[in-house]
Design a binder for this molecule. Sequence first.
Ligand code: ADP
Ligand code: MG
Length: 246
Amino acid sequence: MTAPLDPEVLLELRGVDRTHGEGPAAVHALRGVDLTLRAGELVAVMGPSGSGKSTLLNIAGGLDSPTSGEVVVEGRALRSYGRSELARVRRRRLGFVFQDLNLIPTLTAAENVALPLELDGVRAREARTEALRSLDDVGTPHLADRFPDEMSGGQQQRVAIARALVGPRRVLLADEPTGALDSETGEEVLAVLRRRVDAGAGGLLVTHEPRHAAWADRVVFLRDGLVVDDGAARDRLAGLGEVAPA
Ligand code: ADP
Ligand code: MG
């Protein structure tokens, strides 16, 4: 008999504090946040506007640094990386999904999606293969050779998500990724995240909609930069009077 293995830890925040600004204008955006994300886990981050959700995600992804505390991605502290190494980690290991589309208008969908891989020296043919797979994942294989201005807003958002998730990256960070989408497309985006997590990634999903948080395995609630609750999504949502999908 072998004991079940503890699922691999992909991301850890240890005692993370973040103060924006200085002096009387200083904002204490995060206060001693501890968070562990394991392979196969989708964690929703909820809380009122200004509670520190975006700061938390930016710090988890190395776009911002803690004032104190530690961020560990796949076993290595982010602050141990040099600037260019950190950029590489962001391009290879982390998938960011933001509300902003920011597709490059002069590149086709497939070229946009392949770009982060090509920046990392992946050969063009292989990058295109990965890009097509990722476009397929988000349900838009037929858009591969279209330019952004030949797509609807929802299609552009899906292509942006395909780009954010292209390749073997395992730490997925999504900051209200459904904000600009109609509800059907929004649900599809969550389904894509869920599939990638079920295939071995880990995801942090900032959302203010309980219906979206219901896709998560658990929910972390932030208030004024503090984690005020960290529990099973279903229990919590039941407490809020929401019905989680079966
Ligand atoms: P949320 O995403 O939950 O709305 P944020 O993480 O964006 O919260 O912001 C948390 C707090 O930090 C807010 O009070 C916000 O005004 C402040 N804040 C965020 N970014 C900055 C910044 N770059 N400079 C100063 N204050 C900031
Ligand atoms: Mg935010």
